[in-house]
Write a protein that binds this ligand. Structure first.
Ligand code: 13P
Length: 248
């Protein structure tokens, strides 16, 4: 049985003060959640969030990590830095990082190796652009993203990865994929994973949908066979919305 996971990706929102205020409001509201709850906060808020969340059922995620252990990499954050503040999950290859910050399939693969080596749950983000979808390239794009991400990852390690399917055209646009389309695409992603590893790994892998997930879309999304949870952007920084999504 796959578990359900609801993750918030705060992106570039909230100062340390705002983080504390937000989490203190959120903690009591989701304490009886039936799903795993993770918040991916900005790097500057991780240390504070780790303290504020201690003793709660909310896990701490980071939005990126560097693949090297340490060194002359100005502006980067190492796996040990994340470990020292109690991070459990790391978003890898979010489309915003691929589009604006030069994240490539190659760096995504390196970062997944690094996460697995350090015991983090890598949350691999994949998804096609509107043009790729309209050109009928979606399956090719997803297949390449996934095959490259899992390069030289053992099956034992692969089973620890979470995949988030986030069609780029649905992110921050209010245009969520229909539940049926999202389910079909994630079913396709399971086939790709199965072709790399096997059916068991693919059937047991936790797969999330992301892209304009809102309190009024979550219930139907969660009722779909292949969707195990959500990666939530905009609605994850509004306490009432995120609470309703978690407690769908
Ligand atoms: P929105 O929920 O704001 O569309 O963002 C989705 C996303 O990118 C989560 O990682």
């Amino acid at each position: 049985m796959r578990k359900n996971v609801i993750m918030g990706n705060w992106k570039m929102h909230f100062t340390v003060e705002e983080t504390d205020k937000f989490l203190n409001k959120l903690i009591p509201k989701v304490k009886d959640a039936k799903t795993e709850v993770v918040v991916c906060v900005p790097f500057t808020s991780l240390a504070l969030a780790s303290n504020t969340l201690s003793g709660s059922n909310i896990k701490l995620g980071a939005q990126n990590v560097h693949f090297e252990e340490q060194g002359a990499f100005t502006g980067e954050i190492s796996p040990n830095m994340l470990k020292s503040v109690g991070v459990s999950h790391v978003l890898i290859g979010h489309s915003e990082r691929r589009i604006y910050f030069g994240e490539s399939d190659e760096t995504v693969n390196k970062k997944i190796h690094t996460c697995l080596k350090h015991g983090f749950v890598p949350v691999l983000c994949v998804g096609e652009s509107l043009k790729e979808k309209e050109d009928g390239d979606m399956e090719n794009i997803l297949t390449n993203q996934i095959k490259n991400a899992f390069l030289n990852i053992s099956s034992e390690d692969a089973s620890k990865v979470v995949i988030a399917y986030e069609p780029i055209w649905a992110i921050g646009t209010g245009k969520t994929a229909t539940s049926i389309d999202a389910d079909n695409t994630i079913s396709f992603i399971r086939k790709v994973v199965s072709s790399i590893y096997n059916k068991e790994i693919s059937e047991n892998m936790i797969m999330l949908y992301g892209g304009s997930v809102k309190p009024n879309t979550i219930k139907e999304q969660m009722s779909m066979e292949n969707i195990d949870g959500a990666l939530v952007g905009g609605a994850s920084i509004v306490v009432e919305d995120f609470e309703r999504i978690v407690n769908f």
